[in-house]
Write a protein that binds this ligand. Sequence first.
Ligand code: ADP
Ligand code: ASP
Ligand code: MG
Length: 439
Amino acid sequence: MKVMKFGGTSVGSAERFKNVARLLLDRGRNIVVLSAMSGTTNSLVEIADYLYKRNSAGAQEMITSLENKYSGVVNALFETHEAREKARKELKGCFSYLRSFVREQFGENEEKEILSQGELMSTILMANYLRELGVDVVLLPALDFMRTDENAEPDIPYIEKRLLPMLEEHAEAPMFITQGYICRNCRGDVDNLQRGGSDLTASLIGAVTGAEEIEIWTDIDGMHNSDPRYVANTQPVHELHFEEAAELAYFGAKILHPTCVLPAKVNNIPVRLLNTMQPEAAGTLISNFPPSRTIKAIAAKDNITAIKIKSSRMLLSYGFMSQVFEVFERYRIPIDMVATSEVGVSLTIDNRRDFDRIINELKVFATVSTDDDMVIICVVGDLEWHNTGFEAKVVEALRGIPVRMISYGGSNYNISLLVKKENKIEALNALHKKLFIDK
Ligand code: ADP
Ligand code: ASP
Ligand code: MG
């Protein structure tokens, strides 16, 4: 069995639902993971925002406009009156539930309940449509098996313990369908796996079921060698190592959620990125065995802050680094890049939570300066240090662009450079030309 995950644009309209259903019918007995229709999670975030601000009228208006959108999809999707009415009734349940929050005390738990409705609505539409087509699909409620633990990490033993019996119970099922993104936390409350987290749902299900492959179906034919939103004429990369995919995802390649690589890698289950609009395209195969000695792709991660921390003493003493890192550890802020010199260290973070407190704590033992609005540009491939020449090309490509930090050697798979936000597009294009066009 395979796990097949379809992102928001793949189920973005009635036509797209029909297209996915056709694709599923051709592929047989698999576990299908669906995201919310594109735009829905953003609308739900906005509804929650109105409710936080106690603007009931704003929330009501958004709910009604979302309901009208779904009503249009129902009308266009179903052929028979019975199927249409059944889907309509089930969706009405979701919208009544959304409206029930308008008069309530509103907090984080209520927000998460609201955010969970998008994926639930997608599976209502798809399950009813497949049944209308005569496929007796089994709906697996994600809230019954997907859970996170006390550290907000996926609780894999629990997921396995709950999901496998559900699959065994339906040994004859022609197909399974479930919601991406949504889960329960360790207290049993409705929660989610962060924005874009349906990819992680697919990977976790693939891992616990020992799937043959995890397919991530989206709106582009695989991982491209640069971000197609900023660079023209990018090309799909046909094969990637799990580590390369993880670096690209972490450093901004939106096509893949960074957390989804690990469960697949640990269980050695290949991940394939495919295009719903062009199903015959080869896409990208992510595995432990890609071609070596090549630069594969470039990604960019925005909203980075660089912090330069100079030791107050003349020379760096031992213990200085651990003192610095301990501050970030205490505030649970991950560090992305690091560069050191005799007198200090520069590092980057992408999360400004508790920023002023962190800076004040560092200032007790060091001189601190910061640069905001920076971007990490990450060049990814088989960059093992004996492979010569790639650093020279990277640096040469960025000849006219101010580079704040460079980091290489943390893994065999990436070289990262920190530039100003206003130089991002220029840097991406210069690297693309040098590394993939001129070569
Ligand atoms: P989905 O809704 O299916 O999860 P996403 O929007 O999360 O889809 O991811 C697909 C998008 O990722 C593409 O439309 C593309 O704009 C963007 N993207 C960014 N970097 C890359 C890249 N290197 N290769 C392919 N797509 C990328
Ligand atoms: N619907 C969620 C989002 O928009 C999860 C996902 O699509 O993966 O972030
Ligand atoms: Mg996505």
